[in-house]
Ligand binder design. Structure first.
Ligand code: FCB
Length: 426
């Protein structure tokens, strides 16, 4: 037995600007790091800003078909409404370097970081934030859209809202649910505006019709004690707030509770050409357990270096949850922080088996991107978390593909999971 994936299935990896480029000194995360909120500062990170060609050479060697990366807003628009065309030119070179290697770029326009001037204006709490974001998006598409077919507007809006404004572990470090809800709402509007802006500019400039997605992190929330009513409703509440409300709002063209009161927004409905799914883990819920980045896990569960439970069935459940929206899905992130590369191999195979199961049950899954191509700066945790198929030596900046990278290459070449890998890891 082996698992074959549909013809044309897209295999690849993801990275994001701030986590790999280095010296993104003009964004709110850099400040946050200088203020000592993270395990260590991002500094020169992986120096990917200078070494991108080498990284793409490796990606090519690994037969990566799609590379998802983000454009750093603070580089493009260092001051409000003032554009740095040298940086635009940099990303042109990046995009060209991918095309030259036969790798399809998938471009994320916002991956957690904000320019400092935008943060000073209140970031996503500012009622004008959706328009401000749209202006930046238009500029990017005008200047680079001839080289981009796949766009992600905003990465994990509910992580931005929750980590930054409710749990206070991402900038701006607020702990105020009411603010998190305002942020979620503004991110929804920003996403919808970006969606239309991308299509409009592409049409105006005669670019190939782009495909635009929101990237949604889904966590499987379950009651700590399935018999306890409080635990059950806590899990349902978090599922609604974190997983469903954002997507339901887009599907219905209304801002659904708890972000709004079902008020219609004329430009919101169906602002997606596909859905990006980021899946990592399951969390157990109870009103008696404080909400945190890594909730309690079932007893005896396998965990990652992030403290997250390894729960492959969750990716199947997340995909089944998305089925109702009737859109194609690309898994834009799935991966594991571990220093045990065998664990990484097992993680990938077991998750792919569950993706395959969802496809068999009718979910239109178009691709799988592993997080991440290279080790990188894992936000508040710093560099100790090793997510990469490729190891980075932070002293020498040397890259070294791990055995899991070569396993992934076999999977790509086979367009599925060959029998021996299933036997070994399932
Ligand atoms: C996701 C983020 C990504 C990375 C992984 C581990 O939430 O999108 O930047 O940090 O988690």
């Amino acid at each position: 037995m082996s698992l074959k994936f549909p013809e044309g299935f897209m295999w690849g990896c993801a990275i994001s600007a701030h986590q790999v480029e280095g010296n993104n000194t003009n964004n709110d995360w850099w400040l946050w790091e200088q203020q000592g909120h993270t395990a260590e500062p991002s500094g020169r990170a992986c120096d990917h800003y200078n070494l991108y060609e080498k990284d793409f050479d490796l990606a090519k060697e690994l037969k990566i078909q799609v590379l998802r990366f983000s454009i750093e807003w603070s580089r493009i628009e260092p001051k409000e409404n003032a554009w740095n065309e040298k940086e635009v030119e940099h990303y042109r070179k990046v995009l060209k370097a991918l095309h030259e290697r036969g790798i399809t770029p998938m471009v994320t326009l916002h991956h957690f970081t904000n320019p400092i001037w935008f943060a000073e204006k209140g970031a996503w709490l500012n009622p004008d934030s959706p328009q401000i974001f749209e202006r930046y998006v238009r500029h990017v598409v005008e200047k680079l859209g001839d080289l981009i077919e796949y766009y992600n507007t905003i990465n994990e809006p509910m992580v931005v809202a929750t980590m930054g404004y409710y749990l206070g572990v991402f900038p701006p470090g607020e702990k105020d649910l009411a603010k998190a809800l305002i942020v979620a709402r503004n991110l929804l509007l920003a996403h919808a505006r970006a969606y239309h802006a991308i299509h409009e500019v592409a049409r105006e400039f005669g670019f190939k019709k782009p495909k635009v997605a929101i990237v949604k992190n889904i966590i499987i929330f379950e009651p700590l004690n399935p018999e306890a009513r409080g635990d059950v409703s806590e899990a349902q509440m978090r599922d609604l707030y974190f997983n469903r409300a954002f997507l339901d709002s887009i599907a219905r063209g209304e801002i659904v509770p708890p972000f709004g009161n079902n008020e219609p927004v004329d430009y919101l409905k169906s602002t997606w050409d596909f859905i990006g799914l980021n899946y990592y883990t399951r969390m157990l819920c109870s009103p008696s357990v404080q909400i945190s980045e890594s909730g309690p896990v079932p007893e005896g569960a396998e965990i990652t270096d992030m403290g997250w439970e390894v729960y492959p069935e969750g990716i199947y459940r997340a995909l089944m949850m998305l089925k109702r929206y009737g859109k194609g899905v690309v898994i834009t992130e799935n991966g594991i922080a571990t220093r045990d590369d065998e664990q990484r191999c097992r993680f990938i195979v077991r998750h792919l088996a569950q993706v395959h199961r969802a496809i068999k049950e009718g979910v239109d899954v178009r691709g799988y991107l592993y997080w991440s191509l290279i080790d990188n700066f894992e936000w508040n945790h710093g560099f100790s978390k090793r997510f990469g198929l490729i190891e980075v030596d932070y002293n020498t900046m040397e890259r070294k593909p791990r055995p899991s990278a070569y396993m992934f290459r076999r999977i790509i070449e086979y367009n599925g999971v060959p029998e021996d890998l299933l036997k070994k890891y399932l």
